[in-house]
Design a protein around this ligand. Sequence first.
Ligand SMILES: [Zn+2]
Length: 270
Amino acid sequence: MASDILELRWSVYSDGYELIESDPPDNWPKDSPNFSIKPKKPTGNITEYSVVDNPGLFRTFIELIKQNPGGYCDTDKALSFASKYGLLVSRNGEENLIDWTHSSETMFRAFDIWDAAKNRNMKLLKHYIELKEEQIDLYIPMYPNPRDTEYGFSLLKSHDSLIKWPKNEIEAAYHIIPFLMEKNLGDSLNAGIFTNEYNTGTEFRVKPKNLISALWLQFGLSVSRIEIFRKCEDIDCSTYFDNRKKKRRYEKRFCSSTCRKRSERRNKAK
Ligand SMILES: [Zn+2]
């Protein structure tokens, strides 16, 4: 399984996280409301978890912006995300929610573009992508639209990835997605040969340096093969899980038998 080669243990502060009012980044309109997110007790206890155990976590992250695209991320959801999974870039410190908003927005749009390409939704694709003679232009609306422009960039015909020029917006979408990944991952992946956990051999591993890189990689892996993630139908859980491991149809609806039983009890009680 491809995600076996991924490895990241990330930290969460046991005492939780809080929002504090903060200035927007430089060159943003000064009146843009903004918060930072930080651990309540930066000297408190930390627990660690393995990001790879939750291969659909990027979809939970996308939910921060999904109901309000182009706007500010949902602060309650951001807080609960941090309390469960930690900060995006640093293990401690303070992170600007405008940066969270942009990361969630970009990933949501990348997913939307992929989904539109898969479903051959030309109308939606043309909303995002303009295929020109010598370049592909991408437009994504971004909070708070600094300088009244959308976030956009152009993929030039001379770029390495454009071995074969796309015929239409669907093909162009499959060039845009790796390009968005490349821009967002930067140099935050550490790939190489590492000692295995039993000291009995070596193996190839990709180790993202932080949570946001791991999320981009999860997104990339999930769209680079058949969609396998599904949201647990137990309303108290709603975690995305890898449903290839489940054999029976009723099992595929829940991440665990605990959730299945809890959900069955709830339905009976109705
Ligand atoms: Zn569940």
